[in-house]
Design a protein around this ligand. Structure first.
Ligand code: HEM
Length: 361
């Protein structure tokens, strides 16, 4: 099909776009200059949310299959990289909005009641598609978050809770990781041995350290015992699952082991992209936490201790959700179990070949 030529103006629907800023303060004949900025910034956010959701959907679609084509791994990572860059812009938009002073905001704030950012459907969808579970959300105004939306949006949000999320497809993908166990190598038992060796060496180092007196040595032994206990919590699947029930972990034991393997051996060529995938996901989660925190500070700066227009405890709700609404927290905890490269179990030759870019000329 041949399309007729089109102008910039028609292609981007500039008339519609520029007609979307309707100032409430002008409607009541008390024009507040900064309300225009307030609307523009929010509308830009909504557009960026739309783009992020598109990127996440495409990554979920590719990953939600029994086998991911190796060629698609780079594509997923580039989609995640794009989300990271958008998040940078989202963060800078807070700087732009903060050029509005609290007094300027007060000029029109009361005219917005009871509208609130909490009613951003796309933001909640973004969180659900990332993998935030309904039970992990801080309850806002004593009702389930979906109750704050009209029927159709509420239904879509509920459905998105049961559909594959980035978290669930990444977990399944990790569980399928090959190389962890074959005839010549068992990652888990080799890693356990390496950790035990590391602790023996550390005990020796404390014992032989001439700078430590008996009291300092006892203190260091105790710290080491604590970290041995933490490792034991990972080594035993039943203990791990107990920790999972108590909310210390969210991923399955199998997925955690695979993520650990990928991080520890990320220098192996075949593991570069899987490592970058996990690492960019961590960046996205961290950027989201950072945005939540900056948004909470902005709310506090603008409102002090006033309640939000949506009726929540304002900046307190936002600060609490910063901690509670993290999604890929497991990847951050995993760092506890890293051991230095020099202490890593050596991989057998046949596995090293499999993990390398192996060119047969
Ligand atoms: C003057 C600037 C702003 C203030 C004072 C402010 C204040 C608040 C407050 C107090 C809440 C908690 C819910 C409530 O009680 O209303 C909230 C939620 C929210 N706001 Fe803002 N906000 C501002 C700007 C923005 C901007 C520019 C966005 C971009 C879209 C935004 C997005 C959100 C979102 C998504 C939530 C829900 C967060 C969650 O549930 O975790 N806000 N805001």
């Amino acid at each position: 099909m041949k399309l007729p030529p089109i102008s910039y103006h028609d292609y981007l629907k500039i008339d519609q776009l520029l007609g979307c800023q309707v100032l409430r303060s002008e409607q009541v004949k008390l024009p507040a200059h900064d309300e225009h900025l307030f609307i523009i910034v929010h509308q830009c956010y909504e557009l960026w949310f739309k783009q992020i959701i598109k990127e996440i959907d495409s990554a979920i679609k590719i990953m939600n299959s029994e086998r991911i084509n190796e060629n698609d791994m780079g594509l997923i990572v580039s989609r995640f990289e794009r989300i990271k860059q958008i998040q940078k812009v989202m963060d800078m938009q807070i700087d732009v909005l903060e050029t509005m002073t609290p007094m300027d905001f007060l000029e029109f704030r009361d005219l917005l009641l009871p509208a609130s950012g909490f009613q951003s459907f796309q933001f909640k969808l973004f969180e659900n598609k990332m993998g935030l579970r309904a039970e992990d959300r801080i309850v806002y105004n004593n009702v389930r978050y979906t109750e704050h939306f009209e029927d159709k949006s509420s239904q879509t949000l509920k459905e998105s809770e049961t559909q594959p999320s980035l978290f669930s497809v990444v977990e399944k993908w990790l569980e399928r990781t090959p190389f962890l166990q074959d005839a010549s190598f068992d990652f888990w038992s080799s890693y356990k041995q390496a950790v035990e060796k590391m602790f023996v060496l550390e005990t020796e180092m404390i014992k032989e350290n001439p700078l430590l007196n008996e009291e300092a040595k006892a203190r260091n032994y105790k710290i080491m015992e604590e970290s041995q206990k933490i490792f034991a919590g990972l080594f035993s699947e039943s203990e791990f699952n107990l920790g999972k029930k108590q909310g210390h972990w969210r991923l399955s034991h199998k997925a955690i082991l695979a993520a650990l393997f990928i991080h520890l051996y990320r220098d192996m060529p075949i593991l570069h992209l899987p490592y970058r995938l996990l690492s960019t996901l961590k960046d996205i989660d961290e950027n989201l936490t950072y945005w939540r925190y900056r948004h909470a500070l902005m709310a506090q700066r603008m409102l002090g201790t006033k309640v939000g227009t949506g009726g929540s405890s304002g900046s307190k709700y936002l600060k609490d959700s910063t901690e509670k609404h993290k999604i890929f927290q497991d990847f951050f905890q995993l760092t506890t179990f890293f051991i230095p490269r020099s202490k890593l179990p050596e991989l057998p030759n046949d596995l090293t070949i499999k993990l390398d870019f192996y060119y047969k000329g």
